[in-house]
Design a protein around this ligand. Sequence first.
Ligand SMILES: Cc1ncc(COP(=O)(O)O)c(C=O)c1O
Length: 308
Amino acid sequence: MTPKARPTTHDAEDDPRNRDILIYVNGALVPRDRAVVSVYDSGFLLGDGMWEGMRLYNGRWAFFDEHMDRLYDSCRAVSLDIGMTRGGLRAALDITAAANGMTDDVHCRLMVTRGVKVRPFQHPSLSRSGPSIVIIMEHSKPADALGARGVRLATVPQVRGLPMSQDPKLNSHSKLNCVIACLQAEQAGADEALMLDPHGFVNTTNACNFFIVRRGEVWTSTGDYCMNGVTRAKVIEICRREVIAVFQKNFSLVDAYAADEAFLTGTFGAQTPVSHIDGKPIGTQGGRGPVTERIAQAYRDLVRENTR
Ligand SMILES: Cc1ncc(COP(=O)(O)O)c(C=O)c1O
């Protein structure tokens, strides 16, 4: 059965140009319908790879260094040799953007896997031909449907993992924990999952980081069990600069339900208001409000400065 199309936090406006994009596959630029990796690829077989989602503004990659820091740190943690310098990766990204004539409203998924295996088993030493590097870039203007009505979250049974099992800071190809959480939320009639940490504190969503605003203060989780989101870090930086009280702390659903405003953060959607949690409306304006708006404006300015 084909799943019904429902709004997601990563919906972009339909752009027919995306049918003819060129995709970077290990140094070659290949039309989309012929862009493939081997069924022996570690990413396909095991989810053994890392990726970054980045956006292009004015022909420049927003927060490029921060994305590279996370990618190289993650790959180092799992002994995955990218086999390319940051300069080399940037050149690959720029070549792909140029080949597609892309400068603005572009979303990119840069993927690095341990590469093709000689046999279809788990051991990393079976990947012997170097990493696979794939860059998908799409024309991508976030659709405003969810931004306008706000995201409805449901708290789900699937929790964030402890760092000694599969550290949730690894932006790995395997996102099964998040996918299960998203399915649970969808089956509960919500758009996305609000995930708790192993102690029951509010942590993050399956695909974005999560913030609440209470009495003018901005709260987010300690950061221990969530993706170390680049947008999350920028929001915290903005709050400090704008003298908005910001706390990374443990808080529970009781605090979240009573928030005045709530929003998600991610490279794709920047800041997206959360209208409901577990069916309970957030604040009085669909989760949005003056603090979120101020942060969103400051974030737009920061992106502009960073991509001048
Ligand atoms: C689980 C999860 N949370 C949050 C994020 C947002 O991170 P960023 O702000 O770097 O896009 C991502 C993006 O990859 C993610 O996969």
